[in-house]
Design a protein around this ligand. Structure first.
Ligand code: PLP
Length: 350
């Protein structure tokens, strides 16, 4: 199948660029004590997760129990849920998945830890946990080593297996490479390592120190004591990360058709229902001076006053995806293309 035969709007992934990113990240970790545990939430494609594992990843990171369940159903069982869960329903679900996998959960709250202890004793299944540490993103996580040690001690007393710590420095991903970023990442990782130490001082082994994303992997992944990195976006990359200074190649584009045009403007058949504008507006690939002005629900309005008449009705165009997480989430399939050929159609799991 050729790209021109794909019905639009459609999400494309350039396989050369994606494979470059896969190899680049695998190369970085090849000789390091720290390893990659890529975030599955970004692409949610089983065959891509398999490629990441074949390239050296030690398991997958997920953001929901549903994502964990999908991986387990496909035989991928080394999973970190790098996110909090709460309530008996969710904990029971985690216990179900844990019975068939090496699922590790993040915890930052004593009452959830007690609920986990109670339900895992009832069920007779052990639960593995990491203490989540707030590294400055101010989302989830305990805030200091003492709190981390207290929670770990409680978890151990409740019969949970404490495997270590995690912390996601999401607010630092967006900083451009340079001394300020280096220093702030060093401080964030330092706090995480201090929390791991405080837990070990309680006589708890805590072997895992998990952190990092596409914007910080090269800093956290080079820090002694860090054992794994949770980067996700690196594989497909996006315009947001290119603007933050990441060196990965953008591979994701939205294929669209011009459905209406005047001399100075054109309308594309792709809008917010298929491409995210949450963090920034996508731009057109390979057409200089032509600018996407706004996305409506199912239309993209383009200003082509610099090259009047360049977008004629029926023409196919591609838009670089600005925010990959938010865009892939809107699709059920992604066309893997090389040059003009479609090599593979990836199913995006729900
Ligand atoms: C907890 C956690 N870890 C890792 C990541 C991966 O970040 P990225 O996709 O930017 O590499 C995210 C992304 O939001 C996250 O929430």
């Amino acid at each position: 199948m050729k790209i021109q035969e794909i019905d639009t709007p459609a999400l494309l992934v350039d396989l050369d660029a994606m494979e470059h990113n896969l190899a680049c990240m695998a190369g970085f970790f090849a000789d390091k004590p720290a390893k990659l545990r890529p975030h599955f939430k970004n692409h949610r494609v089983i065959s891509l997760a398999r490629r990441q594992l074949e390239a050296g990843a030690i398991g997958m990171t997920v953001s929901t129990l549903r994502e964990a369940e999908i991986l387990v159903e496909h035989g991928i069982t080394e999973i970190l849920l790098a996110n909090e869960i709460a309530g008996d329903l969710k904990i029971r679900h985690a216990l179900e998945i844990s019975a068939y996998s090496g699922l590790i959960l993040a915890v930052d709250n004593a009452s959830v830890v007690r609920d986990m202890g109670r339900l895992s004793r009832d069920r007779g299944v052990g639960l593995r946990v990491l203490v989540d540490v707030n590294l400055g993103l101010d989302r989830c996580g305990v805030s200091n080593p003492e709190a981390a040690a207290d929670l770990a001690r409680l978890a151990a007393a409740e019969g949970l297996q404490v495997h270590g710590v995690m912390g996601y420095e999401g607010h630092l991903q967006v900083l451009k490479p340079g001394p300020e970023k280096n220093e702030r990442c060093r401080d964030a990782t330092g706090l995480l390592l201090a929390c791991a130490e405080a837990i070990r001082d309680q006589g708890i082994r805590a072997p895992i120190v998990s952190t990092g994303g596409t914007g910080t992997y090269y800093l956290a992944g080079n820090t002694p004591g860090v054992t794994e990195i949770q980067a996700g976006t690196y594989l497909v990359s996006d315009t947001a990360y290119v603007e933050y200074g990441a060196l990965f190649r953008r591979s994701l584009t939205m294929l669209a058709t011009v459905v209406s045009a005047t001399d100075g403007s054109a309308v594309l058949d792709c809008g917010l229902k298929v491409i995210s504008a949450e963090r920034g507006l996508p731009c057109l690939k390979g057409i200089d001076g032509v600018r996407l002005k706004v996305l409506h629900a199912v239309h993209g309005l383009v200003d082509c006053s610099c090259s009047p008449g360049c977008l004629t009705v029926g023409k196919h165009v591609e838009l670089w995806v600005y925010y990959s997480d938010g865009t892939i989430n809107l699709h059920q399939k992604m066309y893997g293309v090389r040059g003009e050929n479609v090599e593979e159609v990836f199913t995006i799991e729900r």
